[in-house]
Design a protein around this ligand. Structure first.
Ligand SMILES: Cc1ncc(C[n+]2csc(CCOP(=O)(O)OP(=O)(O)O)c2C)c(N)n1
Ligand code: SF4
Length: 278
């Protein structure tokens, strides 16, 4: 009998590494990790066929806590690394995980172009509206009037709207989830993985240390009272006028994902190494 035939069925546990997360007690990222492992069990892709790519931040530690292959790279460059990986190895399931600072500030440019290119990736952003790892600076999604030691009286700067920007840039699947609902988040992530093209899941994930006010999100999050649409303009209008706490799949499009041209000869890693050494 071969290895596949004897393998035990995949469960969330199959995707959990032996490393103990070092997030603060109560951080929303624990639930997101649990949702990612549940989602991978639902889609039943074995850990050796999955790669989780991240940048830098508390949330970007997530790959180490899974049994999948991982790439913990530099701040803001996760999508660039993941795009290259997926184009070179289309048979792999590639997830990208990180924070709002990593993805929308230093990585903002890559976010726009990853949506536009529509390579088959699943991008999970744990949005806590703050830079957690570097101790509480405002991020692109911080509310303009958020008063803190590092931003007395608030920044006064309008927040970035990731979901609408993703739609305008061409993302093929757009959803909002809440870490306080791990099963709902797992179901959304599983749908995102299954959906072809660039899938973007914005998970509201409280930073209990620098944004204790986000504990209120538990009362504010609610299921979106609409079914997903395949019309990006309609989805954008809905998202721009909702209360920011509509949870669910908001857009599921049918753009053809980017892939390399079938039949076109591809350089191997050995070819690239030879070229590099010359
Ligand atoms: C090039 C570079 N610039 C800045 C930093 C410092 N830095 C590390 S993590 C981080 C922000 C993390 O915030 P976010 O991505 O929102 O993740 P969180 O920690 O909130 O999960 C910053 C600015 C860095 N590591 N590298
Ligand atoms: S600082 Fe915030 S984001 Fe980072 S682990 Fe602690 S609660 Fe989570």
């Amino acid at each position: 009998m071969n290895e596949v035939a004897t393998r035990a069925p995949l469960t969330a546990h199959s995707f959990k590494s032996s490393y103990k997360p070092i997030w603060c007690p109560g951080c929303g990222d624990y639930s997101v990790l649990s949702s990612v492992t549940k989602a991978l069990a639902m889609v039943a892709v074995p850990p050796e066929d999955v790669v989780v790519v991240s940048g830098i931040g508390c949330s970007s530690r997530l790959p180490a806590y899974t049994t999948c292959y991982g790439f913990h790279g530099v701040h803001g460059r996760a999508l660039a690394a993941a795009t290259g990986l997926k184009v070179a190895r289309p048979e792999l399931t590639v997830l990208v995980a990180g924070g709002d600072g990593d993805g929308y500030s230093i990585g903002g440019n890559h976010f726009l172009h990853a949506c536009r290119r529509n390579v088959d990736l699943t991008y999970i952003v744990m949005d806590n509206h703050v830079y957690g790892m570097t101790k509480g600076q405002p991020s692109p999604t911080t509310e303009p009037d958020w008063d803190s030691k590092l931003s007395p009286g608030g920044t006064g700067v309008r927040s970035f709207h990731p979901l609408v920007i993703a739609l305008a840039s061409g993302a093929n699947f757009v959803a909002r989830a809440f870490s306080g609902d791990p099963n709902g988040t797992a179901a959304i992530i599983a749908q995102a993985i299954r959906h072809p093209g660039f899938s973007f899941v914005e998970v509201l994930s409280p930073c209990v240390t620098f944004r204790p006010d986000q504990r209120e999100w538990k009362q504010m999050a609610h299921p979106a009272p609409v079914t997903p649409t395949d019309d990006p303009a309609r989805a954008a209008r809905r998202i721009m006028t909702d209360d920011g706490f509509n949870i669910g799949v908001l857009y599921a499009g049918d753009r053809k994902p980017y892939a390399t041209i079938p039949g076109k000869p591809q350089a191997t890693v050995a070819d690239l190494e030879t070229e590099f050494e010359q």
